[in-house]
Every structure is written in C-alpha cells, then in structure tokens.
Design a protein around this ligand. Sequence first.
Ligand code: ZN
Length: 276
Amino acid sequence: MLRTIILLVSVFCATTGLANPHWRFEDRFSNSEKERLQIWVLRADQGMQSLFGELPYRYSVHFHRSTRGKGPTPWAHTDKRRGRAVHFHVNTSYSSKVFEKDWTVSHELSHLMFPYIGRQGKWFAEGLASYLQYQIMFSADSVTWKQATNKLEERFRAARNTRDYKNLSIVDLSLVASHKGPFVRLYWGGAAYFMNADKALYELTGQRLTGVIAMYLQCCVYNDIQSAEEMISLFDNVSNTKVFSRVYKQTVNRKEFPETDRALKWLKLNPPELLQ
Ligand SMILES: [Zn+2]
C-alpha cells in the first residue's frame, strides 16, 4: 500500500502539466476535486504500467461534471479520432474510496491502447477492456485478486443468464447491440474469449495476454488496423502462435455462450505478472 502511495505521489508530481496525461477540466472543479480526480486516474495509469510497461503514447483526460445517473462516473467514453482522449462525466459527491472501487477508469484507459475497429469489432474492443479492467484494478492495488476474479465470475454468470439473443454468436451480437440487455452478453462474451485465449496461450507457451499486449504496444500500437480479424491475426503474430484465431473459432464465433468455468478456475490460480 505504502509503495503504491509513493508511486502515485511521484507519478503525480512528474506528470503535472508535463507528461501523461494532459488534464482538461471542462467544467468548474475546486482544486481539491481536481487533485482527487487526477489521483484516481493516475492510480489506474500506474496499474496499466505495472501490467504493460511504459505506455508509448500520450493521452488527454477530460472531466465533465455530472449529477445525473448512478455512481461516481455515470458516463465515460474514449475518442481516438485525433490522438487519444478519454472523457469522464463524474459525480464528485461520491468519496475517493467509491471512486477507487469503480472500474470505469481502468476500462476506459485500456481502450486507449487499441485502435477503433468499428461496430463489427465491438465484441473484441469491449471484451478486451472488460477482461482487463479488473486486472488493472488488481495491479493498482484497488482490489485483491480474489475480489477481481469473483467480480468476473459474477459478470459471466449474469451474461450467460441473459434470456435474449441466445441464437446469435457473440460476434454477430456486435451488430445488434443497442441497449443494455445484449450489451451485458456482448461485453462478457467477448471477455470470455480473452480469458480462454489467455489460458490457452499460457498452457502452450507460458506467455500471458498482458505480455502479448506489452509487446504489441512496443511493436505495433501505431499500425493501421481496422477490424477485429486484423487484431486477432496481429496478436497471433506477436505471440508467435495461432491461439487467438483458434480460440475465436471455439468461442465467440459459435452460438452458445463461451465456456468460462475451466478458464476461470485457472485464472483464479494465475494472476497476471506485475512488472514493477
Ligand atoms: Zn468500453
């Protein structure tokens, strides 16, 4: 814990107005609110760096004030049209502790690592961010590994139990998802793909998904990639395997919800390696 606080303070000092991220307060916030929000983001940023190494891009963080909706961040999204930006609509009446336990910042920062791959690729983009969000929270010391994997288990159960859209594969669901019900199935069906790929990769080569993403960030983060298929083949190339294309055929490209019990059992015993 002390280590984290020291890291946070040093990152905070090092980045204010200089390096990552660029801060943009779009509404009026007090200085203590600004500091609280910055520390919230920097904690997740530090968690990302512990998993993936130094991030090879700059990004901006925009804060908007929100009093509607539920929770500390009722709404957030990324914008990758010009550079990398993330927008958080925040309700600062919630405590720092509540912000720390909220997954939104980890989810959105993980989106910034990957290109926009269109509506058809939604299962891939959202599945990856959903799979990584609790790992980033674990890496940032915001949750234990047990809490992280219990949350995953809850999410998979809810997604599997959704009544509608059982006749569609997770991939095909990308094109019809426009409200909450299918989103749950889409996001966590996509996350199940990455969990199964992570396990298969580890069993075949000893590599982890986080390690593959770290290599992708070094070699290929600026590649012109426009689809989930291109991302899958890039991850195959970076890992020097066929795991990502093989697991695709075995999971999200089929009509039934992907298997999660065996992979989750494995994941519980195998937290991702932290670099620092
Ligand atoms: Zn998302």
